[in-house]
Design a protein around this ligand. Sequence first.
Ligand code: 3AM
Length: 191
Amino acid sequence: MRLFVAIALPEELRQRLAALQHGLPGARWVAPENLHLTLCFIGEVDRRQAQDLDAALAAIRGPRFSLSLAGLGYFGTETKLRSIWVGIDPCETLKRLQAKVAQAPRHADIAQSSSKFRPHVTLGRFKAKTGERHADFISRHALFRAAPFAVEDFVLFSSFLSQGGAIYRAEARYPLVRDPAGVTEPGGSEV
Ligand code: 3AM
């Protein structure tokens, strides 16, 4: 199975993001129900690795916190966009959670390439050449901002490719703790 770990977004927020998803030639927009913030891409694993990963993720302790989506950016270049995404307001608690999640594959004997965490929510992907309309879209939405939302858990998703596109399924949810004795961390905005 093909897995990744992510923070799911509330329905209302996904609807707000979906409202941005139009008007760009060559875009493969992420289906609104699939919009998420990836913490760690895991890849193909066997059943035993998946079980070990689940155990490692379940052992993670961290506080609940609030996150705000803000800004819009891209990967690739303006003439050859790979993806357009919505950014996240800087959040130390998110960074700490991601660092813990990124350790979990090691405990499950899953090879990982280390890459810097750049938190984002992908809106759409592109294969063909991109141009002025794309650059205009990026500058028009550069100041996008949404109300903060509470992150109360993180999720292990499986991903299947179907004819209609990717289907993501929540395999397990890992709760974060409210008012945690011993895990309250400075610098975050816990809820
Ligand atoms: O959150 P985003 O959209 O940036 O692109 C995939 C998506 O990232 C990424 O994992 C997230 C959940 O599907 N992904 C897919 N295949 C990948 C790979 N081979 C990958 N990331 C790294 N290596």
